[in-house]
Design a protein around this ligand. Structure first.
Ligand code: C2O
Ligand code: CU
Ligand code: CU
Length: 476
């Protein structure tokens, strides 16, 4: 598995990410450990996390400084069950304040881990919540004001799986690390010495950071041995700024079975899937028709040139993210269920209110409804248990009129009613918490606000979020 990787970028404005031409020996895909539940009661769980500094050998023979939860980079997978009471003890061993946000989780504001829940160095934060939503692949990451981009970039992110009776009874791959694999996809700016210090240039600040190295679970171009049968991949776009179009290099089709907030009603056959920052997808790939030893790559076919600000940063030739090597092991699952779950559509006529949000990006001025984030200001007041329609527009004007923005709401999962008046694509018809808006596009989404407290909504390009493309709503 010796691969010669020419990792480079010709973005002249960022000398630190110049030509690496690095020899990287392809390593097995790192599989994050499942975090141990310390509570013996089957209806309760207790998890301990520590945010800490470390080093990781991302390029061969050199150590990069990284951050991780309970380790050097990224974090363990936390797995919980619907109905379970969860307690977390999160210790901050960093030299700076951080928070721990549960992205996609329905919790009260005080347990959500947004920018109001700062944990000082040496301190511990102990959120508690009950899981009140269906099976899904969520994630956790820091959310300090103006520090989110840097801390996520340096390695702080992990997956949070919810299981329920549906996920446990379906005949789909569900053996962690055997036929059910997490894939956290991130790009980083790195030089040959392994330095991946967070130092966005002007283009990164405007567009969101794009890196010259692609990491899957913290490794460059890893390989994964897969059984000859059905394999489930839980993909998180954990990148700061980049949107991907994922495909397989043999043009094989796959089946999306879940979006951000859980299963779709039926599997959706696809050849390529677009994920913007923070979006997740679970897909089933059928390796049964391939030869033992055959290698298939997961590739990114998205063009790097997403807007006028990205003049010279064309690294379109780096496409391969990782490789699957087919073994002769059985996966135990060789078919795709026809029906996965049922999703009750929220009736638009039950909405008591329609709110409008206009996202606007002009150079480094990034606003929602003409405002940048102010932690002391509540932008929207929502009644507890109210159903509302949020109409979100990406005002595609000005110098950076070409920018797309992924809109995310804390504390809820929503349904997309329409995109520019048309029904959403099949893979956006289920539960979502983040949705990408192309320039000029308007999306209507609907949800019921069942949890109390102060929550964020924001663009999930982390450089945009840190620049203030964020607002607060309070449910009471
Ligand atoms: Cu991924 Cu404000 O969250
Ligand atoms: Cu979130
Ligand atoms: Cu944005």
């Amino acid at each position: 598995f010796l691969l010669i990787k020419y990792v480079f970028s010709d973005d002249e404005s960022s000398a630190e990410s110049g030509d690496l031409s690095e020899l990287v020996e392809s390593k097995p895909l790192p599989i994050p450990p499942l975090l141990e539940d310390l509570d013996p009661d089957p209806n309760k769980s207790e998890f301990h996390l520590t945010a800490q500094q470390g080093t990781s050998e991302i390029l061969d023979g050199v150590e990069s400084e990284t951050l991780g939860y309970n380790g050097n980079i990224l974090g363990p997978v936390i797995r919980v069950h619907e109905g379970e009471k969860v307690k977390v003890k999160m210790k901050n061993n960093l030299e700076e304040a951080t928070t721990l946000h549960w992205h996609g989780l329905r919790v009260d504001g005080e347990n959500d881990g947004g920018p109001h829940s700062g944990i000082m160095p040496g301190e511990t934060w102990e959120p508690e919540f009950t899981i009140e939503q269906p099976a899904a692949t969520l994630w956790y990451h820091p959310h300090m004001m103006e520090k989110t981009a840097k801390q996520v970039y340096e390695g702080l992110a992990g997956l949070f799986y919810i299981e329920d009776e549906v996920s446990e009874s379906l005949a789909i791959p569900k053996e962690y690390g055997v036929n059910d694999f997490p894939l956290v996809i991130q790009d980083r700016k790195m030089d040959a010495s392994g330095n991946m210090e967070y130092s966005p240039n002007m283009t990164d600040m405007m567009r969101g950071l794009y890196g010259n190295a692609f990491l899957v679970n913290g490794a460059i171009s890893p390989y994964l041995e897969v059984p000859k049968g059905m394999v489930r991949l839980r993909i998180l776009n954990g990148s700061n700024g980049r949107t991907y179009n994922f495909s397989l290099d043999n043009s094989q089709k796959f089946y999306q079975i879940a979006s951000d907030g859980g299963f779709s009603e039926q599997p959706i056959e696809m050849a390529t899937i677009r994920l913007s920052p923070a979006e997740r997808a679970e897909i089933l790939v059928d390796f049964s028709q391939l030869e033992t030893g055959e290698k298939i790559s997961l590739i990114n076919t998205a063009s790097n040139l997403v807007d006028s600000a990205s003049d010279s940063d064309d690294d379109a030739e780096i496409k391969e993210l990782m490789e699957f090597v087919v073994t002769d092991k059985e996966s135990g699952v060789n078919e795709i269920p026809k029906q996965l779950t049922e999703i009750e559509p929220i009736d638009p006529s039950s909405a008591v209110k329609t709110r409008k949000f206009i996202m606007e990006g002009m150079g480094t001025s990034l606003t929602i409804n003409d405002k940048t984030m102010d932690m002391s200001r509540i932008d929207e007041e929502v009644d507890l248990n109210a159903t509302e329609i949020w109409e979100v527009s990406n005002q595609g004007a000005g110098k950076n009129g070409g920018m797309a923005h992924p809109f995310h709401i804390h504390g809820v999962q929503f349904q997309v009613l329409d995109r520019d008046g048309n029904p959403p694509p099949a893979n956006e018809s289920g539960w979502k918490d983040t949705v990408l808006l192309q320039p000029g596009e308007t999306i209507r989404l609907i949800t019921t606000f069942k949890n109390k407290g102060v929550f964020m909504y924001h663009c999930h390009i982390l450089e945009h979020e840190d620049a203030g493309m964020m607002g607060q709503y309070e449910v009471q």
